[in-house]
Design a protein. Structure first.
Length: 124
């Protein structure tokens, strides 16, 4: 697992991140490392209200699993994965976790499209 900066690493291992999200992210990292010899790259974990407002200026109070505590979301960089590798990662995720209230989505809410992992409040 690689991290965009020291803040992302600290937040990933903090008690403010839901351990279920961290566990799934670590499993995805193990799988992509074994299959593609690449690591997941964390680009976002916790988000403050001010950061949320900057991303969504037209809806600054938009609910987000990044602002919940414990945090229920992680963003990853996609640029070092090919489209085929990204589809394989999403397929692996859906096979193991698709029946739970979790999602590995490709979103573009703040720049380039990137994988976003999140889960429902208490329903896993």
């Amino acid at each position: 697992m690689d991290f965009g900066d020291a803040r992302h690493k600290q937040e990933f291992f903090s008690e403010e991140l839901d351990a279920r999200v961290r566990s799934i992210a670590l499993e995805l990292d193990l799988w992509i490392t074994a299959k593609q010899k690449k690591a997941m790259f964390v680009t976002g974990v916790l988000r403050t209200a001010a950061e949320q407002a900057a991303i969504y200026p037209d809806n600054p109070t938009k609910p987000s699993p990044h602002t919940d505590r414990p945090c229920r979301a992680i963003d990853f960089r996609r640029t070092h994965f090919t489209p085929e590798e990204t589809l394989a990662l999403v397929g692996y995720f859906n096979f193991w976790w698709g029946r739970f209230k979790t999602a590995l989505l490709l979103v573009d809410d703040r720049g380039p499209q990137h994988p976003h992992l999140h889960l429902a409040v208490y329903d896993i």
